[in-house]
Structure formats: structure tokens, C-alpha cells
Design a protein around this ligand. Structure first.
Ligand SMILES: [Cu+2]
Length: 345
């Protein structure tokens, strides 16, 4: 059983065990292709995000892909986290180790200037240091915490040896004759907290999503009606919702990615361990949601987009890309996950 707790409520031992297990996955390199177990999650997320469904040869920038912009968004990430958590348990030798969750809606109640100094950032390192690349462009390199690399080390060639577990993965996929080709490179963890959008979602916004009676609705994409699509509200493709006055800010889950910035922006966002803590909270919100008005817990049961319909296998666990097969409904199953709500707030 995996009892997922708020990062605010972990004991010091639970914190250090969790960080050690993540570092162990980053340091566990495949003898076949040199990828670490951790970076393989980065690769699969990027490849799932790169492929449009229904299939197409162009980048699915504004289209449903195998893991986002459709009803499969929540089941896909639930399966992804479940597998990551099993790997944490394996490397740590602790069968009860659980992924913590970052309840960012509590941080979203703080003044914007205080949001980047909440407990998560003392656990996994904070915002990055500015490194100008040219007069118009800077990167923000995380220097502190267990996953940081000091800027002074960036000029040291040893830093970029492929066996440095702290290096992040850059993945550039391309469609060549209907097949995905991938080139990979190494980078460092980057964050620019609060720069992309000034505040995290707050409790009222989460509650507004929880009040939506149905799981999802046709056309099963980023345009699904927010009075009928809990999934779309939580994923966050409709700017400003539920505060129309907020204008162009992205919605709940998406806003957290944008607010963290840096490595959390592109399809390789699992590079930042914040990804797993963020998605654990997204999954917790889903676990709290209950359909109302006689709506089923998951739709569509049939005739929906491939990879997003109940009995479809999910990429890459489709029996072809990887040998195992996991359907959307199997992904949606909470399995042994239990969320422990914080004692206060
Ligand atoms: Cu994702």
C-alpha cells in the first residue's frame, strides 16, 4: 500500500528516504542504452506528448496527444506515477515508500512573493540562478538542493559526463516516414519560479473544478465544455477559468507547469522532480472528485479518440512499443494508492 502524504507532513526520515530513492533512480544506468531509470520516464513522457491521436505527422502542439488534451490525461499520468512509485520502492528496498504530493493550492493562498519560498523548495532545491546566454535570453540554473549543479561547475567538462546522475535529458523527436526518431542530449535542471505566471492556483479554483458533475465530454479535447469536463478544467487548457478576469493565465495543472518554468515547461517536464510531486497532487484532486447527477466515473467507454477511450491500450504500454499492455481503465484504477489529507489545510 502506498499512502501518499503532503510534502509538508513528511518526517525528516521520510524526506531523506524519498530524495535518496529519486537520486538512486537518476544514478541507475541501463547497460543497453546508458539511460538512467529516471530519465527513461522523461523520454516516455516526451514521446507520448509528441504523437498526436488521431495520428498525424505534425507536432501536436495544439492537438490531443497520447497523454494530454483528452480524457486519457488523468489515467495516463496515474499509471506513470504508479510505475515511478514502484521503482522508488524497488531501489529503496521499502515496499511502503509512497510518492508525496505538493498541494500547491495551499501555496496559492500565499502572497505571490512568498509562493517561491514554500516547503517544497527547501526539499528539492529552489528557483534557478540567472545565466545570460545572449542579451535577449537567459536560463535559470538550479544550484541548490539535492538536484542542483552550481553555475561555476557548468564550465567544467566533467559536469557533462553522461554518468553524472544530475544531468537532465533533452529529447528531440522527429517523424521520419511515419516513424518516431529521437535524438537526445544532456542538460541541467532549470527553474524560474513565478516568472511565467505570477501565482499558483488557489483552493477556490480547485473547488470549482471538483464541483463539475461530469468527467469529460465530446469533443474530448482542450475545447471540452468546462461545465461538463472535470478533466479539462483540471488539465487547464481554458485560459483564466474559473476566474475569467484572470485573462490569459493557464488553468490549474498547466499553470503549475508554467509557474515553475524552466525544465517544467517542455514535454521533458519529468526532468524536474517537482513534476512527480505536482502530478501526485493532480491525481489526488482526481481521487477526491466524485461524479454527480448520475454521471459515470469515466467516459468515453467507446467511440472516443484512440488511447483515450476505456478499453484502448495507452502508449507506450500498448503491447507494441513496450511489451506490457495497460488500458485506459486499468490506468484509471487507483490500485493501492491512498491519499492522506493534511491535518490542517
Ligand atoms: Cu504530462
Amino acid at each position: 500500500m502506498a499512502e501518499r502524504k503532503s510534502i509538508r507532513e513528511l518526517t525528516d526520515t521520510e524526506k531523506s528516504d524519498f530524495i535518496s530513492a529519486v537520486l538512486a533512480l537518476k544514478a541507475e544506468f541501463s547497460a543497453v542504452d546508458g539511460l538512467s531509470t529516471y530519465n527513461r520516464y522523461v523520454l516516455w513522457h516526451q514521446l507520448a506528448m509528441f504523437q498526436a491521436t488521431p495520428f498525424g505527422n505534425d507536432l501536436p502542439q495544439t492537438r490531443r496527444n497520447f497523454a494530454h488534451r483528452g480524457p486519457g490525461f488523468l489515467p495516463w499520468h496515474r499509471e506513470f506515477l504508479y510505475r515511478f512509485e514502484r521503482d522508488l520502492q524497488r531501489v529503496s528496498g521499502s515496499p511502503d515508500m509512497a510518492l508525496p504530493y505538493w498541494n500547491w493550492e495551499v501555496d496559492g493562498e500565499q502572497a505571490p512573493a512568498d509562493q517561491p519560498i514554500q516547503p517544497i523548495w527547501s526539499l528539492i532545491g529552489g528557483t534557478g540562478a540567472e545565466v545570460p546566454i545572449n542579451p535577449d535570453f537567459s536560463i535559470f540554473v538550479v544550484e541548490d538542493g539535492p538536484f542542483g549543479i552550481p553555475v561555476s561547475e557548468l564550465s567544467n567538462p566533467d559536469t557533462f559526463r553522461p554518468d553524472n546522475p544530475l544531468l537532465t535529458l533533452t529529447v528531440t523527436p522527429q517523424m521520419v516516414n511515419g516513424e518516431v526518431r529521437v535524438s537526445m542530449a544532456r542538460s541541467v535542471l532549470m527553474r524560474n519560479l513565478g516568472a511565467g505566471t505570477p501565482t499558483l492556483p488557489n483552493i477556490a479554483e480547485v473547488n470549482a473544478a471538483l464541483a463539475i458533475p461530469a468527467y469529460d465530454v465530446s469533443p474530448w479535447n482542450e475545447g471540452s465544455d468546462l461545465t461538463q469536463s472535470f478533466r479539462n478544467a483540471l488539465e487547464g487548457w481554458q485560459p483564466g477559468w474559473p476566474n475569467v478576469a484572470a485573462g490569459s493565465v493557464p488553468g490549474l495543472h498547466n499553470r503549475v507547469h508554467v509557474w515553475v518554468g524552466g525544465s517544467m515547461g517542455p514535454g521533458t517536464s519529468p526532468n524536474d522532480p517537482a513534476f512527480f510531486l505536482h502530478h501526485s497532487n493532480v491525481d489526488r484532486i482526481w481521487a477526491k472528485w466524485a461524479p454527480a447527477g448520475g454521471n459515470p466515473a469515466f467516459v468515453p467507454m467507446e467511440n472516443g479518440p484512440y488511447g483515450h477511450t476505456a478499453q484502448d491500450p495507452m502508449y507506450p504500454w500498448d503491447g507494441r512499443t513496450l511489451p506490457e499492455s495497460v488500458t485506459v481503465l486499468e490506468g484509471a484504477d487507483p490500485k493501492d494508492t491512498v491519499y492522506i489529507e493534511p491535518a490542517s489545510g
